[in-house]
Structure formats: structure tokens, C-alpha cells
Design a binder for this molecule. Sequence first.
Ligand code: NAD
Length: 338
Amino acid sequence: MKIAVFSTKPYDRQFLDAANRDGRHRLVWFEARLSLETAPLAAGAGVVCAFVNDQLDRPVLELLAELGVRLIALRSAGFNNVDMSAAASLGLSVCRVPAYSPQAVAEHTLALILCLDRKIHRAYNRVREGNFALEGLLGFDLAGKTVGIVGTGKIGEAVARILGGFGCRLLAHDVAENPACLALGARYVPRDELFANADVVTLHCPLTPDTYHCVDSALLGRAKRGLMLVNTSRGAVIDTRAVIRALKDGTLGSLALDVYEEEADLFFENLSDQVIRDDVFARLLTFPNVLITGHQAFFTVEALTEIAQTTMANITAFEETGHPMHAVPSSRGVPPAG
Ligand code: NAD
């Protein structure tokens, strides 16, 4: 199969080439993000391989279908960037990598929690400048704290397991209870109750119409004062402007983000010599109690290996049987408005 690979970085190439070492598929690399402007690059390819910030709305899918593309192979678990009803009506198959390394994201989540709690990001800079004062670096013990996990699927469960080891009390919220989390002692409660009682809330649910901006002013208004909020799921699960208001009035004690609702214009690129035009993002960067990483929670050797191998296996299965190994059901993942 000829595969047009969009949003390609050197590390994608390295791991996908390794997974295709038998040369079965012909990979054509494009650094550009997939959009209406770049979609014509896929001419002649049966498969488009895309990542989290590639645009897969109806106009782009229509153009890809016209060009002869038959499969969209996502190198991600989330598929909120794909208009699944458009794909179904155009006869395009969509597949994903349902689980590559839940541990990678769970461990990054813990890195964010510990760094933010113990102010490692600030301490690192201070010590380099010969400032060994401790004022402003006061943290709290995680042991004995109540942590709320929203979304207890593969990643949420891995987070619950690690936090259980830290001696945290676990609250959980999901549309379905996970027996493994119950066995770890997690108590399932409604979203409001979780926010009202947790010292730390970590988000691991997918972006769906139900979760779009579900962390809004109303929910934050009912949260325990001083809450630490962590989001490694998808940016638009939280209403960023509401979160900024909550940081300003002290409702929110601290915030760690690996994802941001407008990240497509920022993340995965080196913009260090450019002016950031996104004022909301720029405001977030001014808070001492906000820690941001640029969608790197998945970024481990193990995860990239699994992503590349599963992507190739999806495409090979599609070539042989007409069905990828991990199809995204067309009834799920309809993107929310906005
Ligand atoms: P998963 O499908 O195993 O788990 C998701 C869980 O969320 C499920 O238990 C599901 O029932 C639950 N859920 C669905 N709707 C919900 C709602 N309205 N309220 C509460 N819970 C709800 O997925 P996963 O592998 O654990 O991944 C979770 C999310 O993490 C993905 O959807 C993706 O957006 C994000 N992710 C981020 C990165 C990163 O690098 N930052 C990497 C991988 C995945």
C-alpha cells in the first residue's frame, strides 16, 4: 500500500520505518499537518496516516475520498479530530491504536502531579541561579490525599494503580465502572461530588460531546478550594477561560496540562523565536502554579514502538481483508461543536 504519512517528525519516521522493515508498504512522508490545503499531497495513496492535530473534518475527508484514499490510519488512541459520520458516508475506514502504552501517559501524569506539588519546575531554575531559598516551594504529601480520576479506562486505571501505591484515597467518575479500579479501592461518584471532595483531579476521559468543556465555571465553582487539576486527555475537555478565572480567584490551586484546546497551532513545533499569538495560552504561561508540557505524555520508546507496529498491522490487515485490526466504529467520536 502507498501510505501518505502526515505530521511527520524524524521520530515518527524512525519508528514507522522500523515497523515496516520488510518494505511491504511504501511510506511517503509529509511534515505538513493534514488540512484542506495539504490533502492533495495524498493523491495516489490508498492510506492516509494521521496524528492528533491533523484535520479530518468533512471537507478534508471528501477530498481524500475523491483522491482514492480508502483508509485513515490514526497513530493515536483518540479520534475526536475525525468526523466519523462523514467518514462512514464516504465509505472511508478509520482505524486507530487503541492502547499503546497506558503506562507512558499515566507515568507522565504522575510526573506532572509531583513536579507541580513540589514546585520542581521552580526549584530547578532557582538552584541554577544560586538561589537556595525555600519560600514559595512548599508542597503537600500525596499520601492520604484524595485524588479524583475522571475516566477510568486503560490510562485512568494505570494512574489509579500508581496513586494507590502512594497511599491516596481514590474517587472515580466514569460512565462505566472498572472492576480493577474498584478492587484498588476507588469509589465511583458523580462528577460534581468528585470535584467537591478531591485535592487532585486528573482527567482521562475521551473528548466527546458529553465531555466537551465539562470542566467549566459551574463545576469549578463547586470544586474544593485549592484543587490541583491535571489534564493529559484532550484540551477541550476543559474550558480554558473558565480555568484561568478559577486560577485568578484562587479556586484552583494549581494546574498541569499536557493538552490544550487550541494546541494545533502550537504543539509539536519549535516556535521559540516567534511571538505566541494565542493570548489565552500566553496568559496560562504567566502563572507560577501552572505547568504545561506540549502533548508529550505518550512520548516513550515503548509507546512509539507500539504505535508504529499497530499502525502497520492495521494497514496490512486492511490490505489483506478489507478491515483494519482496530477500526473506529462509525457511531462513535462525533466531534463536539467548536
Ligand atoms: P479508554 O477508552 O481506555 O478510557 C477512557 C475512559 O473514559 C473509559 O473508561 C470511558 O468509559 C470513559 N468515559 C467516556 N465518556 C466519559 C464521560 N462522559 N465521563 C467520564 N468518563 C468517560 O482510553 P485511554 O486509553 O485510557 O485514553 C484516555 C484518553 O487519553 C484518550 O481518549 C485520549 O484523549 C487521551 N490520551 C492522551 C495522550 C497524551 O499523550 N496526552 C495519549 C493517549 C491518550
